[in-house]
Design a binder for this molecule. Structure first.
Ligand code: FES
Length: 181
């Protein structure tokens, strides 16, 4: 990892923990028009899919019945209900990250993994997606892996990022949800 690379947990940069992250998300979107879709969109952007536990929590916090949430989730093909990979790599393509070269990082990861954005590796290890602003622009350019933020990336060194991910082995979101049950 380059010297100026910074690894930060998303909970220390934005919110306290995934549970609190959902509360913040719910508060952000609760009273806005079309808010449920936007909240689910943002949730999937952060986690790579919409775990059932997270959908339930979001529903409770927004005062929306779970049935209504699943109506939305199943109506739009965009939403994923199952984890698309063990490591879900989300490269931020928001303005600040884009200016600092995140498209180059995204393409570098595509080359390293031999997949395109939106795809998973055949062994189910990695899923790659581009996402909107993750809310920690001060760390641009960045990617998050299973909710853990890898900030100030060297956009020419996708290989280094993947090595770091393999070394850290960020917790699998699905396993975390299962443990919570
Ligand atoms: S633009 Fe990437 S975190 Fe905001």
């Amino acid at each position: 990892m380059s010297e100026d690379s910074v690894v930060e947990d998303i909970e220390s940069e934005v919110e306290e923990a995934p549970e609190d992250e959902i509360i913040v998300l719910a508060q952000k979107w609760k009273r806005k028009r079309g808010s449920l879709i936007m909240a689910l969109h943002e949730l999937q952007g952060r986690l790579g899919y919409v775990p059932r536990e997270s959908a339930m929590k979001l529903g409770r916090e927004m005062g929306v019945p779970l049935a209504n949430i699943y109506e939305v989730l199943t109506f739009y093909n965009y939403f994923k209900l199952e984890s698309p990979g063990k490591y879900i790599i989300s490269v931020c393509t928001g303005t600040a990250c884009h200016i600092k070269g995140s498209p180059k990082l995204l393409h570098g990861i595509e080359d390293e993994l031999g997949i395109k954005e939106g795809e998973s590796t055949p062994d189910g290890e990695y899923h790659l997606q581009g996402v909107r602003c993750l809310g920690c622009c001060g760390l641009a350019p960045l990617a998050s892996v299973n909710g853990k933020v890898y900030g100030k990336q060297d956009v020419t060194n996708a290989h280094g990022l993947l090595e770091q991910v393999g070394h850290d082995q960020p917790m699998h979101v699905a396993a975390e949800a299962a443990d919570a049950e």
